[in-house]
Each structure stands twice: as C-alpha cells, then as structure tokens.
Design a protein around this ligand. Structure first.
Ligand code: ATP
Ligand code: MG
Length: 325
C-alpha cells in the first residue's frame, strides 16, 4: 500500500484537496493518507509556514499531493520540491471539452528541467549598479531530464519529441544540452526535433496542435508552459508534477485564489488531474485513465463550476466525478 502525504496549504487548496482525496478513495486502489500542515495560518501560529514535521511527511511518503500556497509560496513549495528531490517539472497543457480555449486542438506536455540553468541561484553584485547571473548546465542534469523526457514520451506514445534550446547564442551551455539530447535520442532510437526557444514560442501560438512532448531548460520551460496554459484557457484547470528519483509531488498550476477562497466554489479539476498524474506515477495507469476520463466527461456534460459558467459547488462537481467512477 502506498502512503500519500496531503498538504492542502492556503486558500482554495483547503477546498480542492478534499476533492482529490474523495476521488482517490473512490477508485480501485488503497492508499494511506497522511495530512501535513503548511501555509499562512501555520506561519501565524508557529513562525514558519512549513514546519519540519511536514517536510518529513513529504520526504517519507511515496508521493505528495499539494494544494496551493499564497504569499509565502516561495517558502513552502520550493523547499517541498526540494524534499522530494524534484529534477523534472511535468506540465500537460490540454484543451478540455466545454472550456473556452484560444487553441482547442492543443494537447501537449512540457518536461522542464528543474534544478539548473539560470535558476541555479548564482547571482553576484559586481558593483551597486552591475549584477551578474551564472547559467549552469551540467552533463549529468541534462542527461537526467532528457532521459526522463524521452521515457515519458515513449510511455505516452508521443508522436513527436521536441527539445527546446538556444544553442545558437548560448553555445557552450545549451550546446552541451543539445549534445546530450542527440546522445539520449540515439539511445532511445527515437526521432526528435530541436527548436530554438524564440521560434518555438511563435510556433506554439500558431500551430500548437503539432507538438506533443517538449523538453526544455529551466527558464524556457517556465515561460513557455505558461504560454501553453494561456492557449488552453488559463491556469485554473492544469495539473503538474514535480518528479524526483524516488519521490514526487503533484500540484495544480493555479495558486490559492484568495478572491474566491472559503466560498466552496473553486474548480477542483486541476487538483483532481494532479491526483491522476500521481496515480500514473505510482503505476496505477488504468485508474489514472479512469479518473481523467471521469473529469473530462464531467467538464463536457456538467455540472460546471462558476469559473466555467456553471453554478455547481466544488463538492457537487466532485460528486459528479465520483459518480462517474
Ligand atoms: P496566488 O498568489 O496564491 O497565486 P492569485 O491571486 O494569483 O493567488 P491564482 O490562484 O493564481 O490567484 O488564480 C488566478 C485567478 O484564477 C483568480 O481570479 C482565481 O479566482 C482564478 N482561479 C484559480 N484557480 C481556480 C480554480 N481552481 N477554480 C476557480 N477559479 C480559479
Ligand atoms: Mg497566482
């Protein structure tokens, strides 16, 4: 039996987490859920938004479900991603039935490197008026994300793997990234194409339906995956995974939504689809598909939550998903 740490966090995290747990309890699999506290309310009480006991819970669990964090997000979610040893951020962007999308044909997944690049945190003050930033690319981290990306593509029968880079300008760092991409692609015996990040941004807007799995360096993945979120109708519905070697954390792309928190009207789709990604990660492929289908059917046929023009509560939507399961 797998142990799942659940950390609802702030705002609507408190409302969408029970929805994900209801769904996980409705499928044919047994889990032990352990709840961890994090967030502003914890900070007010204990002087830290992420107590050591919650870190430990995430570290020891087989996987973690995280809800949302508000103003203290950087002090909560970044350390939690560290606890699970996350090196890959996986973000599917898919247009859902019944949801207004700029590009309804979009169905792609970003596999973003999550440890290095310009986010390695190496900045320096040269003088008060000049600052520098060091961009780190290693063979080891590149190989890790590329192997993960190609493996993900293979498991999902991807028709196309795209490796994003800017090696024409960043010749050494992205040069190394592309060199490793060529090696890994050869080892997997898989075709792939390379895309310059800037050109890719344009193509994603013009012809998103042509892309399937896109492997990117850190910053590019951050920017382009938000762009793709815009193509499919905003951040509110999208799930994500932070994957480590033997642990992982799953969370909706949206934040704590303080404007609607406490009203019971948040759309739990992103949270439930994050739970579906968790199921797949733990090897419950069939159950993961079932959950995804139940969510897609509910989005299509209703009831819908207020953000999608309906008047269903978080609970009513969740109940409809559970009924379908
Ligand atoms: P945070 O600082 O925690 O990110 P935010 O104010 O940026 O909070 P987000 O959670 O990022 O808010 O959401 C942006 C907008 O999308 C808000 O208007 C919010 O109400 C809406 N939204 C986000 N998630 C959902 C959801 N699950 N259901 C309905 N609306 C949502
Ligand atoms: Mg936000």
């Amino acid at each position: 039996m797998h142990t799942i740490a659940t950390i609802p966090g702030d705002g609507i995290g408190q409302e969408v987490m029970p929805a994900a747990i209801d769904v996980l309890e409705a499928i044919d699999a047994e889990f032990e859920f352990v709840e961890g506290e994090a967030g502003e309310h914890v900070n007010d009480r204990e002087g830290t938004p992420l107590p050591e006991r919650t870190r430990e819970l995430a570290r020891d669990a087989d996987a973690t479900l995280f809800g949302a964090a508000g103003d203290l997000a950087a002090d909560i979610i970044l350390p939690l991603r560290g606890e699970v040893g996350s090196f890959a951020n996986v973000r599917p962007a898919r247009a859902y039935p019944g949801v207004d999308a700029v590009a309804p044909e979009t169905d792609l997944t970003f596999v973003r490197e999550n440890t290095q690049g310009v986010y390695a945190g190496i900045e320096a003050d040269v003088t008060a008026d000049t600052k520098t930033l060091t961009r780190v690319v290693t063979r080891e981290a590149s190989r890790k994300i590329l192997e993960y990306g190609f493996e993900y593509a293979r498991e999902h029968d991807a028709e196309r793997v795209t490796v994003a880079h800017k090696a024409n300008v960043m010749r050494k760092t992205d040069g190394l990234f592309v060199e490793v991409a060529e090696e890994v692609a050869a080892e997997y015996g898989m075709a792939y194409d390379e895309a310059l990040i800037d050109a890719l941004a344009m193509h994603l807007v013009a012809r998103p339906e042509e892309y399937d799995v896109i492997i990117t360096p850190n910053l590019a993945g951050d920017v382009l995956s938000d762009l793709a979120a815009g193509l499919v109708g905003g951040l509110g519905l999208l799930p994500s995974a932070n994957v480590g070697d033997d642990n992982a954390l799953f969370e909706p792309v949206h934040g704590s939504a303080p404007d609607i928190a406490g009203q019971g009207i948040a759309n739990p789709t992103a949270m439930i689809l994050s739970a579906s990604m968790l199921l797949e990660h733990l090897g419950y492929d069939e159950q993961a598909d079932d959950v995804e289908s139940a969510v897609l059917d509910t989005l299509e046929e209703g009831p819908r939550t207020a953000d999608l023009g309906g008047d269903a509560s978080t609970e009513a939507f969740t109940e409809a998903v559970v009924d379908r399961l």
